[in-house]
Ligand binder design. Structure first.
Ligand code: FEO
Length: 384
């Protein structure tokens, strides 16, 4: 696949993967992107996952037409991109590795060598001349590991953005970009909003016509759309108006309250109501929703003087990603000593800029008439 006259896609689609990074379900697989820049000098941009060594080396051969690569640029050392560094360097003994200082330390950890005899260490703003173009490197620490660099090609005006602007899903799938890019961003990079903002500020100084990430499609049009979304996500802004209800229910009583609330929210004209049963849904999808919308209702049972386990996992996933700038309401259930709301509020105490709803609901075993009134009041408050 040609991206420009001299930039080629040489990545692979993974349709066999069960869990990406050991935890994320990927119903449409995953793409590990890699690119060849074929100028007077040839640079290969990153490698691919270990299960695709031969396919990827074959892709390189197919686009190089008998020429040999001069450089392997390593932007990120997570093994979905770095696993084939050593295989590549064995196949092309004259090639030089170009990467950050921290990445070479990681190569030593992964491969037992930091390639001291055949490497170029690059730092912020350093360039590599390929003849017809210059590649300039910018550090992007914690987007998504500390060693990450991104690369700007000044001839084709391409930003090679490493994990930034990546998404779940193989490239032979036709699906909405934002949905799986958001789940990817929030799940994988979400904790590092400040660092992502820093990267966006650097990118804003460049004239970018195309974005080539390490996962998901090459972005060639309407780049403002993608950059605006990344800006919202990384600044913990509200992307969509609406209310998310995240709940657990053991015998269906809390679920009844949730369903009643959802109905009342819709009746009150709430633009979007999303309900996630945390014991059964994809947790990463529920976390994504919590960061997408501005208001969230957490509904759960008291359990071992704490909250039901799936709710604890969920709130931990929010707080470890810097959850903030949201309105939160609680529905707690407990047959003898309901404490879930207190526990949840305590779990969230480090979250910044949270507005707590006034109409919280306490259910004792089953939903009472009084609870129905409280749920109606909560629906009204959240729709104001
Ligand atoms: Fe796609 Fe952080 O590796």
């Amino acid at each position: 696949m040609n991206i420009t006259d001299k930039v080629y896609y040489i990545g692979v689609n993974d349709r066999n993967i069960d869990l990406f990074e050991g935890q994320f379900i990927v119903p449409n697989g995953m793409a590990y992107n890699s690119y060849a820049i074929i100028d007077e000098k040839i640079a290969i941009m990153d490698t691919v996952d270990i299960n695709f060594t031969n396919e990827w080396l074959g892709n390189i051969e197919a686009v190089l037409n008998g020429r040999k690569p001069d450089y392997l640029v390593v932007q990120h050392m997570e093994p979905d991109h770095s696993a084939n560094i050593d295989n590549f360097l064995r196949k092309y003994p004259d090639a030089t590795v170009v990467s950050s200082k921290i990445a070479f330390q990681m190569m030593n950890q992964f491969f037992g060598t930091d390639y001291a005899e055949r490497r170029i260490v690059v730092a912020e703003g350093d360039s590599l001349d390929l003849g017809g173009r210059k590649l300039t490197f910018y550090t992007a620490p914690m987007v998504h590991w500390p060693e990450v660099i991104v690369t700007y090609d000044d001839f084709d005006k391409i930003l090679f953005s490493a994990d930034g602007f990546g998404k779940f899903g193989a490239l032979d799938t036709d699906e909405d970009w934002a949905c799986e890019a958001r789940r990817y961003y929030v799940g994988i990079v979400g904790k590092y909003g400040v660092q992502t903002q820093a990267l966006l500020k650097k990118a804003a100084t460049l004239d970018i016509k195309k974005i080539c990430p390490l996962h998901g499609p090459v972005l060639t049009e309407n780049l403002g759309y993608y950059i605006d979304l990344y800006n919202t996500w990384s600044s913990y802004g509200v992307e969509s108006e609406g209310v998310v209800i995240a709940y657990t229910s053991v015998y269906g009583n809390t679920k009844k309250a949730v369903e009643y609330l959802a109905e009342k929210l819709r009746e009150n004209g709430c633009p979007k109501v999303t309900v996630n049963d945390l014991a059964r849904c994809d947790m990463a999808e529920a976390v994504e929703d919590a960061f997408r919308y501005g208001k969230i209702v957490l509904a759960t049972t008291t359990y071992n003087s704490d909250v039901f386990p799936f709710m604890r996992t969920f709130i931990d996933a929010l707080t470890e990603r810097g959850y903030r700038n949201r309105t939160i309401a609680f529905i707690e259930n407990g047959s003898w000593a309901p404490t879930a709301a207190t526990v949840m509020k305590k779990m969230l105490e480090k979250s910044k800029n949270i507005t707590y709803a006034e109409n919280n609901v306490q259910i004792k075993s089953a939903v009472s008439d009084k609870n129905l009134e409280q749920l109606e009041a909560l629906a009204k408050e959240l729709c104001e």
